[in-house]
Design a protein around this ligand. Structure first.
Ligand SMILES: C[S@@+](CC[C@H](N)C(=O)[O-])C[C@H]1O[C@@H](n2cnc3c(N)ncnc32)[C@H](O)[C@@H]1O
Length: 255
């Protein structure tokens, strides 16, 4: 399944996620020094969960950008349902060429996004460009905790929209090369149960069940989705030790 099919599938599913769930989002928000007075850009905002939390819990103004039109529609619906449309706006945009002037945002953050675009350095350079001086760039990205078996990395890339994950030094290097300062990395190990529990906390149980219902309908309706599920139905043996390698990191840098 191509990268764009994968995200269209996620948008139809109505659920996007990142490692560490709500706890990781709060930690990243705080590490980026976000407060009520901040103007925040959430890149790859997906169905808008974190953007709405930023508005609801922190009271700040938020711009969400996503490559997928369907994601943007989902996120706009969520903002209306949560009654935060006056604080949150969503637009279609590519992380590799952000549709904003230089130095607009107090903080630019993203969760599980930089793994997808081919030119990761261009993405971080863009984040840095649109951040105000003395502002912050923060990201939560899947992080290899050790070198994974090749077949596991290839399988995950196939299963997850051609994602390419890095080790902590690789992610940090992108921030350094963009000219950011005081770079910090907090790397976490997790496990399947903890990850699942963190996702359930992030959205309400009715939405979660609804998303699985959507997935089942998609499976019945879409040959593309059936093909992809068949392709990933048989993971390599090393997938049983996935969480030995598959962690996440919160990375921040100041401009
Ligand atoms: C794994 S989802 C995470 C979504 C959200 N941040 C969350 O944590 O729920 C990745 C998101 O990044 C978006 N995305 C992928 N490549 C992108 C790009 N080049 N520019 C903007 N968004 C992108 C996808 O459409 C998708 O919504």
């Amino acid at each position: 399944m191509s990268e764009s099919h994968y995200f269209e599938f996620q948008a139809a599913w109505g659920l996007t996620k990142h490692m560490g769930g709500l706890e990781a989002s709060r930690e990243l928000i705080e590490a980026c020094g976000i407060s009520k007075d901040s103007y925040v850009l959430d890149v790859g905002s997906g169905v808008g969960i974190t953007a709405c939390i930023l508005a609801e819990e922190y009271g700040c103004q938020v711009m969400g950008v996503d490559l997928s039109e369907m994601m943007v529609k989902r996120a706009q619906d969520r903002a209306r349902r949560k009654k935060v449309e006056d604080l949150v706006e969503f637009r279609i945009g590519d992380a590799q060429a952000l549709p904003f002037e230089d130095g607009v945002f107090d903080a630019v953050m993203c969760e599980s996004v930089v793994a997808f675009p081919r030119d990761k350095q261009k993405v971080i350079n863009e984040y840095t460009r649109v951040t105000k001086s003395e502002g912050f760039v923060g990201m939560n990205e899947v992080t290899w905790l050790g070198t994974p078996p090749r077949e596991l990395a290839e399988y995950l890339s196939r299963a997850l929209g051609r994602a390419e994950f890095l080790e902590a030094n690789g992610w940090k290097h992108l921030l350094e090369k963009a000219g950011l300062e005081d770079i910090e990395a907090r790397v976490y190990k997790t496990n399947a149960l903890r990850q699942w529990a963190s996702e359930v906390k992030l959205i309400n149980p009715r939405d979660y069940l609804g998303a699985w219902g959507q997935l089942f309908t998609l499976f019945l309706k879409s040959p593309e989705v059936r093909k992809w599920i068949k392709e990933i139905a048989l993971p390599p043996k090393s997938a049983f030790h996935l969480f030995k390698y598959f962690g996440y990191g919160l990375y921040t840098g100041g401009k």
